[in-house]
Design a protein around this ligand. Sequence first.
Ligand SMILES: Nc1ncnc2c1ncn2[C@@H]1O[C@H](COP(=O)(O)OP(=O)(O)OP(=O)(O)O)[C@@H](O)[C@H]1O
Ligand SMILES: [Mg+2]
Length: 357
Amino acid sequence: MITFSSVSKTFEDGTEGLKSLDFRIREGEFFVLIGPSGCGKTTALKMINRLIEPTTGEIRIRDREVHTFNIHELRWNIGYVLQQIALFPHLTVAENIAVVPEMRRWSKERIRKRVDELLDMVGLEPSVFRGRKPAELSGGQQQRIGVVRALAGDPEMIVMDEPFSALDPITREQLQQDIRNLQQEIRKTVVFVTHDMDEAMALGDRVCLMRQGEAVQIDTPQNLITRPVNSFVRQFIGDRKTAWLTAVDVMMEPADPYLTTEERLAEAEGRGPVRLPLYVRDQQGHLKGEWNGHSLKTDILAIENDTKLRDAVRLFQEADREVLPVVKGNRLVGVLSYRSIVSYLEKSSREGEVGSV
Ligand SMILES: Nc1ncnc2c1ncn2[C@@H]1O[C@H](COP(=O)(O)OP(=O)(O)OP(=O)(O)O)[C@@H](O)[C@H]1O
Ligand SMILES: [Mg+2]
């Protein structure tokens, strides 16, 4: 959808904003740019709608070089949320949202409906908010308007530059949830800049970690945590393993983990004391219970596959168990032991200490 090929930018004063940036953002993807201050995030973003021109290299949207688009059409087609919220102070909320639809010459009726729909979408009651001026809104409300204004003209893509940076953690989390839901509903391609790794992890399908005008690693949040390419990535990710990894990342899938049929229950009786609990599943793979050597206990605790390690640890402690089955829906997919979580975390923190670039 959006492709950067060897894009560089040297500003007039000689500052190298971008050195050689390459990536391809897929249609409908939530793509996050992250990195230390000054690494080139805003510069890269502004190149998509041609607020900054590259010195060398090429940017394509749907395989068309950005210069071949009419500049107005290009910008109307890309919703833009700026790093500093910039609502027009003398316009009402409704008028602020309607700027692009007006330019696109939508009918009054269509614009009115769109404004109300968008206000609803971010939990602001239209009858209360549409007539207010920006100065009569809280910071969080202004940011919400900034976000929906970018969506108003029904653009194909949305680029957002640290839209939530000025917010308190609770409002911020709320808006992250909003924008993620919104994106899943409307399936727009989103390019999102942040310097907050937790935000990047929560939102990104893929995250591009930048340093000094270059992309260091472009990967899923999961892979950034489990397979950092160097110590810069490791340091930037920090200690997020328990917060972001899930049961699936650490669980075991033993070769013969479960009993599947009645016959094999009988087989198990001959094994003597079992060390791993024997979980029983039916032909469809659904967890039926735990075999204790004598009988099948059906009322057992299981961990959902997407449970974060942090929460899994708590479950183990509350349940006072060493091993728990992992399920996806009802299906038994693996076995997770408390000890394997602990040793996984120990091992990966040791790797973090010896790693270097
Ligand atoms: N117009 C300009 N002239 C000269 N240098 C510039 C210009 N705009 C940006 N830069 C420099 O280019 C580099 C990248 O800037 P950019 O704004 O893209 O960083 P950023 O990653 O968005 O940082 P932040 O997280 O602080 O917003 C910085 O060193 C910055 O000082
Ligand atoms: Mg910036």
